[in-house]
Design a protein around this ligand. Structure first.
Ligand SMILES: CCOC(=O)Nc1nc2cc3nc(NC)[nH]c3cc2c(=O)[nH]1
Length: 372
């Protein structure tokens, strides 16, 4: 098997689990947050900085790397790990999520998806076979099956037809996959917000014996409570001895609520994207650093944080960098935000170990200003 999931402990208070995923590029402690590196870089971060904040696995995107620089070029470079100088685990997903399911730049058929490149408008076609060919060339440790993420809201019949096509596409992905012994192919469960369709998709996807499974079709604009409800009737039916990945999530509250509902892996562009425009995630809520009130605030971004940014610079200085359009501005807040989320996951793992995850949630929500 390309990966081996080791279940360490099941939380007594909730559906949370502590685990380890053994991969060809190292071990991943779960629950884990995966920084997103869409174009073979986690924007504004070096691999050394990612290691410093203990990132264990990063994401890259099939769609983007196929368009530029091309998956064949990355293969010639020795694969994505070598190309981007990252020797720890990598997961590739489509990254075409915006294009495939939200943009109207796409036409979906049984064969695959026709879409226009966001770079130059050129026409392209991705099929399950093509997506797997790209992911095989990139060489990530975990690769996601080519699926359709149904938009929200979507009517029942559309969601049913879509999930059934996703199942047919999964079979084609499995048949096209060249290296199952070293790249773990994860199936993706769809079914929208319909309980019976979620169970239909779950049964169909789980009928293929794969090393891990993702819950797709969520974090697509639905209310958070609806996402939690879908998880409550989906994750308990997923295999206990395999990793469960919730795609595109998320913010601190969603990470904690997802872990409580049995999710092991998360990814989201949120911390890096908002970091680049000056919003810091801190232990006392969000700090929008360009706000004038920080002009002469010589405190660190987050007084309770021990990261390089918070130990070395003041709010006033970081605000100055943003106002001056300095590149360092993005780097410092991105660094802090990723450290914040990775540290949150570390605290969650500790809380599961000590059977106090629900207490941890209450404390975190009070500090962060969430309502339970
Ligand atoms: C070739 C791999 O295909 C995918 O990555 N499929 C996929 N990606 C998703 C990304 C998502 N991001 C969000 N919120 C920000 N929700 C997502 C759902 C999917 C999905 O269902 N399916």
């Amino acid at each position: 098997m390309a990966i081996k999931y080791e279940l360490i402990k099941v939380c007594k208070q909730s559906g949370a689990r502590l685990g380890k995923i053994h991969t060809p590029h190292g071990v991943i402690e779960t629950p884990i947050f995966m920084p997103v590196g869409t174009q073979a870089t986690v924007k504004a971060m070096t691999p050394e900085e990612l290691k410093k904040i203990e990132a264990q696995i990063i994401l890259s995107n099939t769609y983007h790397l196929y368009l530029r620089p091309g998956h064949k070029l990355v293969e010639k470079a020795g694969g994505l790990h070598k190309f981007m100088n990252w020797d720890k685990p990598i997961l590739t997903d489509s990254g075409g999520f915006q294009v495939f399911s939200l943009g109207d730049l796409r036409k979906i058929s049984e064969e695959g998806v026709e879409f226009r490149s966001h770079i130059d408008g050129s026409k392209h076609f991705l099929s399950p076979e093509k997506a797997i060919e790209i992911e095989n060339s990139l060489g990530a440790d975990i690769i996601m099956a080519f699926d359709e993420c149904a938009p929200y809201p979507a009517d029942r019949q559309y969601v049913k037809n879509s999930l059934e096509r996703t199942t047919r596409w999964l079979k084609r992905c499995i048949d096209a996959h060249k290296y199952p012994e070293r790249q773990a192919l994860f199936g993706i469960i769809q079914g929208g917000m319909y309980k019976d369709l979620r169970h239909q998709s779950l049964n169909e996807i789980l009928s293929f014996d794969l090393p891990g499974y993702a819950v797709g079709g969520l974090s697509v604009g639905e209310p958070k409570d609806l996402m939690y409800e879908v998880l409550e009737y989906t994750t308990p039916l997923m295999p206990k001895d395999k990793p469960r990945y919730l795609m595109g999530v998320g913010s601190p509250d969603c990470l904690i609520e997802g872990v409580i509902r049995g999710i092991d892996m998360f990814d989201c562009v949120h911390p890096t994207r908002i970091g680049r425009n000056g919003t810091a995630m801190t232990s006392i809520g969000r700090v929008v650093i360009k706000n004038a009130k920080y002009a002469e605030d010589f405190m660190p971004l987050d007084p309770n944080c021990d990261c390089y940014t918070c130990k070395s610079y003041s709010r006033a200085y970081i605000r100055h960098l943003f106002k001056a359009g300095e590149i360092l501005a993005s780097r410092l807040v991105t660094y802090h935000n990723l450290h914040f989320l990775l540290n949150l996951m570390k605290e969650i793992r500790q809380a599961i170990m000590e059977d106090r995850l629900l207490d941890y949630r209450r404390e975190f929500f009070q500090k962060y200003g969430y309502t339970l």
